[in-house]
Design a protein around this ligand. Structure first.
Ligand code: RB5
Length: 149
């Protein structure tokens, strides 16, 4: 799978470890930054990842900041992005199965490497269930059409 990842300084260490894990599994991963520990603004990196996913350049996006909250909020401002901020594997599974999420976000200050790895694995392997969930995701798309330029 083609995956794009981004983080701010507070998510940098966990991002690098997740990238190693995904590459070991044979995924193609691109990192849009940040790449050093100096303080940066998380919306810039949420936006970069979201744009790559919304344009179809990548199958999935993963964003990490201190909590996962800010960078996920920023990503969700891009049309076509459904970025679920998750801190557990059940939510990661449901984000795909029910919400057809194309991105997840989580926080390096919230989840450890072991849990983050399982969250990512579940997110990448779970298929969207469609059916009644498709109708609901389509309603989200209608909301986007009304409210995005
Ligand atoms: C940075 O200190 C922190 O605010 C950021 O990583 C994130 O947690 C924001 O939501």
């Amino acid at each position: 799978m083609k995956i794009v990842m981004g983080s701010d300084h507070a998510g940098l260490s966990l991002k690098k470890q997740i990238i190693s894990h995904l590459e070991e599994q044979g995924h193609e991963v691109v990192d849009v930054g940040t790449n050093d520990g100096s303080s940066v603004d998380y919306p810039d990196f949420g936006l970069k990842v979201a744009e790559e996913v919304s344009t179809g350049n990548y199958d999935r996006g993963i964003v990490i900041c201190g909590t996962g909250i800010g960078i996920s909020i920023a990503a969700n401002k891009v049309k076509g992005i459904r970025c679920a901020m998750v801190s557990d594997t059940f939510s990661a599974e449901m984000a795909r199965a029910h919400n057809n999420a194309n991105m997840i976000g989580f926080g390096e200050r919230v989840v450890g490497l072991g849990l983050a790895t399982k969250i990512v694995d579940v997110f990448l392997k779970t298929e969207f269930e469609g059916g009644r969930h498709e109708r609901r995701v389509n309603i989200i798309k209608e909301i986007e059409d009304k409210n995005f330029k």
